[in-house]
Design a protein. Structure first.
Length: 78
C-alpha cells in the first residue's frame, strides 16, 4: 500500500504556503523558513527544504507544521 502523500518540488509547496498567507522569513543553508501570524495572534513557522524534491514524510511534517490537511493543500495546489 503506497503513501497518500505525493512527492513535490519545494516551489509547489511554497506557492501554496504563500496562498495560505505564509511569508518567506529566512533561509539557512538549504532550508527555507515561512511564517504566518493568524488573526488571533498565533504564529506558525514552517520549514521547507530547498532540495530537488521533498520526501513524502517531510511533506507530511510540513502539513502538520502549517496546520492544514492534505485535501485542503491539494485543492490549493491546483
Amino acid at each position: 500500500m503506497g503513501s497518500k502523500y505525493p512527492v513535490l518540488k519545494p516551489s509547489e509547496i511554497t506557492r501554496v504556503l504563500r496562498k495560505l498567507g505564509y511569508k518567506f522569513k529566512s533561509q539557512a543553508g538549504s532550508h527555507m523558513k515561512y511564517e504566518r501570524v493568524s488573526k488571533t495572534g498565533l504564529k506558525r513557522t514552517v520549514i521547507v527544504p530547498d532540495h530537488d524534491e521533498v520526501a513524502k514524510g517531510t511533506f507530511q511534517s510540513i502539513l502538520e507544521q502549517a496546520g492544514i490537511s492534505l485535501d485542503d493543500f491539494m485543492k490549493k495546489l491546483k
